[in-house]
Design a protein around this ligand. Structure first.
Ligand code: FMN
Length: 352
């Protein structure tokens, strides 16, 4: 087993273990994909990655991080996305979509406009929704505490988004349950202080995610995989932690999740994160070992030997690369050559 060996999840086979990690492009108007998305995702498929994830794609309009996020909350979004998936498949890669709701971190400016929370006057929106009336940080809106009715609507928005994802030709769904967005906000005892069946105990805090997975398993084909991205730790004593992530990994496997994508952080602005090469890989290894569920490693994976080692040593089943893929969309081809597997570019480029 190595970086370039195939791997299958349900009926989907990836030609290698390299995935393009979801990355917001802030290049949409009204949630629609644009030529930017086709070229951006398409060139990374040409570069040789086995699995190409879209950025976080909002399941409701008010669940966008910024007004420029990609969305899948309207049937009209399907056509543009279909063009992207069909190109990705035409070069032998698998198209995946990350489904998301930003919760209390919605309504912010895109990074190159400062990234700050946006008021209605500035082009943002209100109200925002979260598990409890607790804002993310100073300057952020305080969300409404979601009612049980709001939660039921949210679950059906995820299920509808999954059906649209199928229509658009995606073969993998990743649920975004990380980085301080809505599902993560329910998992964490810091952002979730509810006293009903969605707050308090581990079973209650994980209920929303479990209900979304169950709804997705109804609306998304049985032969296609579902991945879940978790913030496996919040890096603070009193927060969501790796022990809970391991326990949750085993539960999610039971209800039809095929891989846990092991990220961290994002819910607590003051958390200090020990950034460094492969700083989250150990979490992928622990969850894979303890929960017996396949995992993805992500975070400062940049060198071919590092990525190959993660797979060969069984720490994770796939690697997801984000910023390195922005620097070099042909990274998989570079890795293949460096690791002795030769050129993997499409035939149009065979004289490269
Ligand atoms: C420009 C950019 C946008 C991102 N957008 C998302 C996103 O939409 N969803 C997500 O789960 N993570 C997002 N991330 C996080 C990455 O997927 C990845 O987890 C993180 O950058 C660590 O990997 P890296 O060290 O390879 O960059 C984003 C990162 C970057 C740099």
């Amino acid at each position: 087993m190595h970086l370039f060996s195939e791997v299958s999840f349900r009926n989907v086979t990836l030609k290698n273990r390299i995935a393009v990690s979801p990355m917001c492009q802030y290049s949409s108007v009204d949630g629609f994909s644009s030529e930017w998305h086709l070229v951006h995702l398409g060139s990374r498929a040409v570069g040789g990655a086995g699995l190409i994830f879209t950025e976080a794609s909002a399941v409701t309009e008010d669940g966008r991080i910024s007004p420029h996020d990609l969305g899948i909350y309207d049937d009209k979004h399907v056509d543009g996305l279909s063009r992207i998936t069909s190109f990705i498949e035409s070069v032998g890669a698998v198209p995946g979509i990350q489904l998301a709701h930003a919760g209390r971190k919605s309504s912010t400016a895109r990074p190159w406009d400062g990234g700050k929370p946006l008021s209605v006057d500035q082009g943002g929106w209100t109200p925002l929704f979260g598990p409890s009336k607790l804002s993310f940080a100073d300057g952020y809106q305080t969300p409404e505490e979601m009612t049980v009715r709001d939660i039921a609507d949210l679950i059906s928005a995820f299920a509808q988004a999954a059906s649209r994802s199928e229509q658009a030709g995606f073969k993998v769904i990743e649920l975004h349950a990380a980085h301080g967005y809505l599902i993560h906000e329910f998992l964490s005892p810091i952002s979730n202080q509810r006293t009903d069946q969605y707050g308090g105990s581990f079973a209650n805090r994980t209920r929303l995610l479990r209900e979304i997975v169950t709804a997705l398993r109804e609306s998304w084909p049985d032969n296609l995989p579902i991945f879940v991205r978790l913030s496996t730790t919040e890096w603070v004593e009193e927060g969501w932690n790796i022990g809970e992530s391991m326990e949750l990994g085993a539960v999610l496997k039971e209800i039809g999740v095929d891989l846990i994508d092991c990220s961290s952080g994002g819910n607590i602005p003051k958390a200090s994160i020990p950034l460094g090469p492969g700083y989250q890989t150990a979490f992928a290894e622990r969850i894979k070992r303890e929960a017996g569920v396949p995992t993805g490693a992500v975070g400062m994976i940049t060198s071919p030997t590092q990525a190959d080692h993660i797979i060969r040593s069984g720490q994770a089943d796939i690697v997801l690369l984000a910023r390195e893929m922005l620097r070099d969309p042909y990274w998989p081809n570079r890795a293949s050559r460096e690791l002795g597997h030769g050129n993997i570019l499409p035939k149009q480029y065979e004289r490269a």
